[in-house]
Design a protein around this ligand. Structure first.
Ligand code: FAD
Ligand code: NAD
Length: 367
C-alpha cells in the first residue's frame, strides 16, 4: 500500500504541456530533476505514434499519443539540464493547425516504476559488420532519425529477432567504435549509432541468426537496462576491471568514462581472461591505450595458452586477485567491476569478499 502512495505522490510532480507554431509542435515535460541529461530521455516516433519516456531515478514518466497529424521523420530533443525541462520538437508535415496533440494511448501520462514498464523496441539498420577476432564481430546499428536514445555506461540493450517463427531476445552491451576515444563526451556525438561486440557461437541460436544478417537489414533494439550507476565511478581513485571473454564489453565505456571524466582517478587496471591469444578482444587498442595514458594498465591471462606465451596463465584465483587489486594508497576509494561467464563472476565476487572488499566496492555485471 505504501508503494502505491509513494508513486501517486510523485505522480503529481510530473506534467507535460504542448504548443505549436505553423511548422512545429513542441512538447514540454517539466521533470523538476536537477541533473537531467540526454541519457534520461528516450523518444520514438513511428508513423504517427509518439512515445517519450523520461527516467526519474527508478521511475519512468511516459507521454504516449497517437498524434493528431503526420510529422517529419527527424525530431529534436532539447534539455535544460539545470531546471529539468525537456522539450521534444516535431516538424509538422503539413502547415495546418492541430486541434489537439493526439489521442492518448494506454500508458500516456503515467509515472511508474521503471521495472514495471515493458521493454520498447525500435528497428535499427545494420550499417556495418567488422571482424574483431576469429569469432567476434563489431556490429554497427543505426537508430532511426525519429529515435532519441543514448545507452548509458554500464547498461545493456536487448536485441530481438524472429528465429524459426519464434521471438528470441538476448542482451548485449554497447561498446564504443574504438579505444581510446580522444573526445570528451562520446555519448552525445555517437548517439545515432550503437556498436555491439558480439561473439558468434557455432551452435548459438541467436548469434548464428545475427551473423546471417546482411548490411541494410533491420533488427529490433530495446531501451537500455541495467543497475550500474555512473556515480559509483565519479569519485573513485582506483578502478579495477576483471573481464573474461565478451565480459569485456561493459568495460569499454567504463574505461573511457573513467579516463576522460573522473578527476581524482589515479589508476585503472584491467585484467582480461581469455582462452588463447587469438581470443583477446581489442588487444592492440588496449596496449596502445596503456602506452598513451600512464594511469591505465592491462594484463592478459590465458587459460589455454600455447607454449610460447610468456604472460600469466590460468583462471581467476584468489592469489591472482590479491596481487592485482591492491589499492594505490592505503585509504583509496576503489571500485572493482567484474563481468564474464556466470561461474567466473561468482567465483570472482567470492574471492574479492574473502579479500576484505565490501559490497559497495564490488560491481558484478549480470543479466
Ligand atoms: P546459445 O544458443 O544460448 O548458446 C551459445 C553457446 O554457449 C553454445 O555453444 C552453447 O552450447 C553454449 N551455452 C549456452 N548456455 C550455456 C550455459 N549455461 N553454460 C555453458 N554453455 C552454454 N555477448 C556478447 O557477445 N557481447 C555482449 O556485449 C554481451 N552482452 C551481454 C550482456 C548481458 C547482460 C548478458 C546477460 C549477456 C551478454 N552477452 C553478450 C551474451 C549474450 O546475451 C548471449 O548469451 C550470447 O550471444 C549467446 O547467445 P546464442 O543464442 O547465440 O547462444
Ligand atoms: P570464454 O569461454 O571464451 O572464456 C573466457 C575466459 O573466462 C576463460 O579463459 C576463463 O578464464 C574464464 N572462464 C570461463 N569459464 C569459466 C569457469 N567456469 N570458471 C572460471 N572461469 C571461467 O568466454 P565467452 O565465450 O567470451 O563468454 C563470455 C560470457 O560473458 C558469456 O557467458 C556472456 O553471457 C557473459 N557476458 C555477460 C555480460 C553481462 O552480464 N553484463 C556481458 C557480456 C558478456
Amino acid at each position: 500500500e505504501k508503494k502505491v502512495l509513494a508513486a501517486s505522490a510523485k505522480d503529481l510532480t510530473l506534467s507535460y504541456d504542448w504548443f505549436q507554431t505553423d511548422s512545429l509542435i513542441t512538447i514540454v515535460i517539466y521533470t523538476k530533476q536537477k541533473d537531467m541529461n540526454a541519457e534520461l530521455v528516450i523518444v520514438d516516433c513511428q508513423d504517427k505514434r509518439l512515445r517519450g519516456e523520461i527516467i526519474v531515478d527508478d521511475h519512468s514518466y511516459l507521454v504516449e499519443v497517437d498524434l493528431d497529424h503526420a510529422v517529419e521523420e527527424d525530431l529534436a530533443v532539447n534539455i535544460a539540464e539545470k531546471v529539468g525541462k525537456v522539450e521534444i520538437i516535431l516538424k509538422k508535415k503539413d502547415n495546418i493547425h492541430w486541434k489537439m496533440l493526439g489521442q492518448p494511448l494506454e500508458s500516456h501520462n503515467t509515472f511508474i516504476k521503471r521495472t514495471d514498464r515493458g521493454l520498447f523496441y525500435r528497428k535499427c539498420k545494420l550499417v556495418s559488420k567488422t571482424e574483431v577476432t576469429h569469432d567476434t564481430k563489431l556490429f554497427c546499428l543505426m537508430l532511426p532519425k525519429s529515435t532519441h536514445l543514448h545507452v548509458p555506461t554500464g547498461q545493456h540493450v536487448y536485441l530481438k529477432q524472429i528465429i524459426a517463427g519464434t521471438e528470441v531476445v538476448k542482451p548485449y552491451t554497447p561498446v564504443l567504435s574504438f579505444l581510446p576515444l580522444d573526445f570528451k563526451e562520446p555519448s552525445r556525438s555517437a548517439g545515432a549509432h550503437i556498436y555491439l561486440m558480439i561473439k558468434i557461437y557455432s551452435c548459438g541460436l541467436f548469434t548464428q541468426a545475427l551473423d546471417h544478417l546482411q548490411i541494410g537489414d533491420y533488427i529490433s533494439v530495446s531501451n537500455p537496462e541495467g543497475n550500474f550507476k555512473k556515480s559509483q565511478v565519479q569519485t573513485l581513485e582506483d578502478l579495477f576491471l576483471l573481464a573474461a571473454g565478451t565480459g569485456f564489453t561493459p568495460m569499454v565505456k567504463l574505461l573511457n568514462f573513467a579516463l576522460t571524466e573522473v578527476s581524482h582517478l589515479r589508476t585503472v587496471k584491467l585484467i582480461f581472461f581469455n582462452k588463447t591469444e587469438d581470443d583477446i578482444l581489442w588487444r592492440n587498442q588496449l596496449e596502445h591505450l596503456a602506452l598513451k595514458d600512464e594511469r591505465f594498465e592491462v594484463q592478459f591471462v590465458l587459460s589455454q595458452p600455447t607454449k610460447d606465451w610468456v604472460g600469466k596463465q590460468g583462471k581467476i584465483s584468489s592469489s591472482l586477485l590479491s596481487e592485482f587489486v591492491k589499492r594505490s594508497r592505503k585509504e583509496s576509494k576503489v571500485l572493482i567491476c567484474i563481468c564474464g561467464p556466470t561461474p567466473f563472476t561468482e567465483q570472482g565476487v567470492q574471492y574479492l569478499k574473502d579479500l576484505g572488499y565490501s559490497q559497495e566496492e564490488i560491481h558484478a555485471f549480470t543479466a
